[in-house]
Design a protein around this ligand. Structure first.
Ligand code: ADP
Ligand code: MG
Length: 683
C-alpha cells in the first residue's frame, strides 16, 4: 500500500475543519500563520520554547526570570477599589511572593492552605502578575512541560493554538521517507512527521535536527520543482541554429579587439544551446562593464548565419540607440532600430524589413513586442537588463517566433543563493572580468563635511578634460525630498561648473532626460548630476570620475553597478563615495568592501548576506519570500546540498516513479511544489 498525494488531503483542509476553530478564530489564525490550511498551521513553528519543568524556589528566583514554583496559598487580599488588583500571597518555605490579578480572578483555586504549581514571570517586587499557569500541586500532569512560543497576532493567544496544533499533528499519515538514507544517518535527522511533533508538541527541548530536517525538506522540494521546470523548458521543441562563423569574424574585425576569455567561454555555452534542438532559455549575468553587448551581438549573428533573424530589446530608448550605434559600427548585415519615436516612413520601412526578413537584426525598446511587429523568422531574442521589464514583455519577445531561443542579460549579479532558489529553471552563464587594459577604479570614501575638497578634486579632473558623474540617491521614503536634494546639489554646483553641467533624473520628461544623457555621452556636457537613472547600461567610455552622495543609503551591489559606469576607457578612473558624517563608523565599515574589490559577484553575495536576503532585482527588501521554514540565505550549505540531491534524484528517476521518487511526490505536495509548471517563469 503506497501513500498517494491525495492521502494528504486532510492536511490541506481549511483550518476551520479543526475542532474548536470557528470562522472568527480561523481568520485570526490564518493571519498569524500565513495560510488558511491545516498544513499552514503545522508549518507555523514556535520561535522559542519555555521549559516549565525546571522548578525553583521563591528565594532563588531572579527578578525577570520565568519560573515554575510549588507554593502554598497564604492569604488573599481583595482589591479596595476597582482599579486595584487582587493579590494572593504564597510561600514555599524559602520566602514569600504574591500572585497579582487585575481581572478574571479564579477565586476557587486559591483557598488558603492549597498547594499549587505556578508558572510565570517573577518581577523585581517578588510578584507574578497574571501567572501563565496555575494547577493543583497534586495534578502535575495538567501542567505543561515544554511550552511553545508561537509568533502570534493581535487577539490570538498561544492557548488558542495548542489544541488545534495537536489535532493537526494527528492528521499526519505514516509516510515513506523521501530523504536519502545516507543523509538521514549522517545528519541524525528524524522523519518529517517526527520532526513536526518534536517542534510543535515537544516533550523535551528540541535539538537543532528537526528544524534542519524540515528546512531541508522545503529546500529539496524547491530544487526538485525547479529542475523539473527546467526540464519542461528544454522539452519545448526548438531548432538547431548553426553557423559558419563568417559574420562573426567580420564583426569582431570591425570591433577591433579580441574577445576576453570569459566572453569566449560564455559564447561557447550560448552556441551549444543555439545548436541544440530545444529552445534556449539562458540567463547571462554579466558583471558591469564585462562586455555583454558584444556577446549578444555575436550570438545574434550566429542566428543570422543560420538563416534566421535576431532581436535585442533594451529597457530605454537611450540604451536601444546605444546598441544600434554599436551594431551600425560592427554588424556586417542590415540592422534597424524600433522605438516609439521611430515613426512614419522609417517605421514602415523597418516593419517591412522585419516582416520580409530583409532586416535580419532588430534592436529596440518594448516597441518590439507590440502587435504590429512581425518577424519573418525570429530565431533568437535577447533581452538586455531584464529586470527593467515586466515578465510579460520578456515572454512576448520570445513569442514573436515559433521556436525562438531566448537569452536574457542582466548587469545585476544575482547571488548564488537566489539563483538556485529563483532562477533554477534557466541555464546560467556568468560573465566576469573586464577587457584587457582596464585600470582598476580607485574607490575612496569621504564624509560630507569634506565636500569642498571633493569639489576641488572634481574641478581638477574637469580641467584635465575628464567626464564626471555626480550621483544623488533616489531611494528614500519621500521622493519629493530626494528630488529636492538632487536639484539643490545641481544648484550649488552650478556657479562653479555651470558651463559643463547637465542634469538627469527620473522626474524629467524622458526625452529631456535622454537628451541630457546623450549630451554627456557626446561630450557636450562633462559633469552630469543625476539620480540612479544612469545605473543601468549607459556606456560612456570617456567618463572616468564618479561621485556618489549619501553612499550609505545604497545597497553595495547597487553602488557597484553605479561605479561600473566609469572605468570603461583607457583613463584611470575614480569613484568617490560621500557619506553622512554622523554615520562615519558604520558607513566606513560597509563601504570597505567596495574599496577592496571590483568583483561584482562577490559584492552581490556579501550584500545579499548583509541585507538578509532582500530581493536584489525586485522591490522586496527583506525576508525570504516564498519560504515557510527554510531561510535560503542562512541555510546556504543545506541549499547546495539539496540542489545536488535533487539533481541526482531526477537523473536516476526523472519521472519520480521509484520508491524514493514516489515519496518525493508527497514531499512536493507537502510544500506546494507539486505543480512544476507553476514555478515556471521566464525570470
Ligand atoms: P556591460 O556588460 O556592462 O553591458 P558593455 O557591453 O557596455 O558592458 O561593455 C563595456 C565596454 O567594454 C564597452 O565600451 C565595450 O565596447 C567594451 N568591450 C567589450 N568587450 C570588449 C573586448 N573584448 N575588448 C575591449 N573592449 C571591450
Ligand atoms: Mg550593457
Amino acid at each position: 500500500m503506497t501513500l498517494r498525494p491525495h492521502d494528504l488531503d486532510p492536511l490541506f483542509a481549511e483550518l476551520t475543519s479543526l475542532r474548536g476553530v470557528g470562522e472568527a478564530l480561523g481568520k485570526l489564525m490564518s493571519r498569524a500563520v500565513g495560510g488558511r490550511r491545516v498544513i499552514d498551521l503545522l508549518y507555523h513553528l514556535p520561535e522559542s520554547y519555555i521549559d516549565r519543568r525546571e522548578r525553583t524556589t521563591i528565594a532563588r528566583a531572579l527578578p525577570g526570570q520565568v519560573v515554575t514554583l510549588e507554593a502554598e496559598v497564604v492569604r488573599i487580599t481583595p482589591p479596595e477599589t476597582s482599579r486595584q488588583p487582587t493579590k494572593v500571597s504564597i510561600t514555599d518555605g524559602s520566602g514569600f511572593a504574591s500572585l497579582v490579578y487585575f481581572r478574571a480572578f479564579p477565586r476557587n483555586r486559591f483557598t488558603p492552605g492549597t498547594k499549587l504549581l505556578i508558572a510565570g514571570r517573577m518581577d523585581d517586587q517578588r510578584q507574578i502578575v497574571h501567572p501563565d499557569h496555575v494547577a493543583p500541586a497534586g495534578a502535575p500532569e495538567t501542567f505543561p512541560g515544554i511550552e511553545q512560543v508561537w509568533p502570534l497576532t493581535a487577539g490570538l493567544f498561544a492557548w488558542h493554538l495548542r489544541k488545534p496544533v495537536k489535532e493537526a499533528l494527528t492528521r499526519l499519515p505514516t509516510m515513506p521517507e523521501w530523504q536519502d538514507e545516507g543523509v538521514m544517518r549522517q545528519e541524525a535527522w528524524p522523519s518529517y512527521t517526527d520532526a513536526l511533533h518534536a517542534l510543535q508538541a515537544p516533550t523535551v527541548l528540541p535539538s537543532p535536527q528537526p528544524l534542519r530536517r524540515l528546512a531541508y525538506d522545503e529546500l529539496l522540494a524547491g530544487q526538485i520543482a525547479l529542475i523539473q521546470a527546467r526540464a519542461n523548458v528544454k522539452l519545448r521543441p526548438g531548432r538547431a541554429l548553426l553557423g559558419d562563423g563568417t559574420l562573426r569574424a567580420r564583426a569582431l574585425a570591425a570591433f577591433g579587439h579580441p574577445l576576453t576569455a570569459p566572453q569566449r567561454e560564455v559564447l561557447h555555452e550560448i552556441d551549444a544551446d543555439l545548436a541544440a534542438p530545444y529552445r534556449m532559455s539562458r540567463l547571462l549575468q554579466g558583471d558591469v562593464g564585462s562586455g555583454k553587448t558584444l556577446v549578444a551581438i555575436l550570438a545574434m549573428l550566429r542566428a543570422v548565419e543560420a538563416g534566421a533573424q535576431a532581436a535585442i530589446m533594451a529597457p530605454t530608448e537611450l540604451l536601444a540607440r546605444q546598441h544600434a550605434r554599436t551594431l551600425e559600427r560592427i554588424c556586417p548585415v542590415p540592422s534597424a532600430l524600433l522605438a516609439s519615436s521611430v515613426t512614419g516612413r522609417e517605421r514602415a520601412r523597418v516593419l517591412d524589413g522585419f516582416a520580409d526578413g530583409s532586416i535580419p537584426i532588430a534592436v529596440g525598446t518594448h516597441a518590439l513586442v507590440q502587435d504590429g511587429v512581425v518577424f519573418q523568422d525570429l530565431g533568437l531574442a535577447v533581452i538586455d537588463e531584464q529586470h527593467r521589464f515586466g515578465v510579460d514583455q520578456r515572454l512576448m519577445l520570445g513569442a514573436k517566433g515559433e521556436t525562438t531561443d531566448v537569452l536574457v542579460m542582466t548587469a545585476t549579479p544575482i547571488p548564488r543563493t537566489l539563483l538556485l532558489t529563483q532562477w533554477g529553471e534557466m541555464q546560467i552563464s556568468r560573465l566576469s572580468g573586464k577587457p584587457a587594459g582596464r585600470k582598476p577604479i580607485r574607490t575612496t570614501t569621504h564624509p560630507l563635511s569634506k565636500l569642498a575638497e571633493v569639489c576641488d578634486a572634481v574641478a581638477r579632473k574637469l580641467a584635465e578634460g575628464a567626464r564626471v558623474y555626480w550621483v544623488c540617491p533616489m531611494v528614500g521614503e519621500s521622493e519629493a525630498i530626494d528630488l529636492a536634494a538632487v536639484e539643490q546639489r545641481y544648484a550649488t554646483l552650478l556657479p562653479r561648473f555651470g558651463a559643463f553641467m547637465g542634469l538627469a533624473h527620473g522626474r524629467l520628461d524622458s526625452s529631456v532626460r535622454e537628451q541630457a544623457l546623450a549630451d554627456f555621452a557626446s561630450g557636450k556636457t562633462r559633469l552630469l548630476v543625476a539620480t540612479t537613472v544612469i545605473e543601468v547600461g549607459v556606456d560612456v567610455p570617456e567618463a572616468s570620475v564618479m561621485v556618489i552622495e549619501q553612499a550609505e543609503r545604497f545597497g553595495l551591489a547597487q553602488l557597484h553597478q553605479l561605479r561600473g559606469r566609469v572605468g570603461r576607457g583607457e583613463a584611470e578612473s575614480f569613484c568617490l563615495l560621500l557619506y553622512d558624517d554622523a554615520l562615519r563608523e558604520t558607513a566606513e565599515k560597509r563601504l570597505k568592501l567596495l574599496r577592496e574589490t571590483e568583483d561584482g559577484f562577490r559584492i552581490a553575495d556579501e550584500d545579499f548576506r548583509l541585507r538578509g536576503g532582500g530581493d536584489l532585482i525586485g522591490t522586496r527588501q527583506s525576508g525570504t519570500p516564498g519560504w515557510r521554514i527554510a531561510t535560503p540565505e542562512t541555510d546556504e550549505g543545506l541549499l547546495h546540498m539539496a540542489h545536488r540531491d535533487a539533481q541526482v534524484l531526477l537523473e536516476r528517476d526523472p519521472e519520480l516513479t521509484s520508491d524514493r521518487g514516489q515519496a518525493a511526490r508527497l514531499l512536493l505536495r507537502l510544500f506546494d511544489r507539486n505543480d512544476a509548471t507553476r514555478t515556471l517563469h521566464s525570470g
